[in-house]
Ligand binder design. Sequence first.
Ligand code: IPE
Ligand code: IPE
Ligand code: MG
Length: 237
Amino acid sequence: MSFTASMSLHVAIVMDGNGRWATQRFLPRLAGHKQGFEALRRIVRVCPTRGIDTLTVFAFSSENWGRPADEVDGLMEMLANGLAKEVPQLHQDGVHLRFVGERNHLSAKVQKGLQQAEELTAANQGLHFNVCFNYGARWEIAEGVRRLQANGEAISETALDAALPLRPSRDPDLIIRTGGEYRLSNFLLWQAAYAELYFSSLLWPEFDEKALDAALHDFAQRERRYGKTSEQVRKGS
Ligand code: IPE
Ligand code: IPE
Ligand code: MG
């Protein structure tokens, strides 16, 4: 199976391994994050040619605040400046950019940058690009519950599903994690219910178009049964 622009896949990525990439080269960890940013730029560009209409990436977790202050500050700086530089090109490419995560604790400058980028690209019809920033799946589920409570809505699976901050993006078809770890680290726990999981031993800065194709090829071999039998799936019933 080859992936064409007419397909509609939602791929989500835990971009892990920046620090190790830098350490292996005797570079500061921030150099790894910078290189990781470049890897992300490349992947965003190829998504539409691979039938990926939605890309969701894990950029900074709720738990990453626990890292050394200079790393956290550097990552924030990279987002504020690096992203501001990318937004015009993303906009030109028709990318619809959204940030998913807790914003209240971010600096006013970062919050403003996120909001401006979202407003500028809101009407774009190209790649839906969700950046999970200061995101944790447990935060997201709690946030969904808070929204229902605020509206006086009864809690049901359907109502909570619709109230989650990642919506309206549908559930990911494929979740890729680089960096050789076999865990989700608080990423999309609700939406991962029936996602296919793919783990790559490559460190995120090394993850390129070829690596993405290998993941998509692997995904194409999977049979998604959603609790049914293989026979039912093959008959389409
Ligand atoms: C992932 O790379 C990026 C972020 C968490 C921001 P890491 O920084 O976790 O890289 P490793 O896992 O230490 O190699
Ligand atoms: C997950 O990577 C978070 C991001 C990629 C942003 P971590 O490096 O924080 O995950 P753990 O700590 O290894 O589980
Ligand atoms: Mg890591």
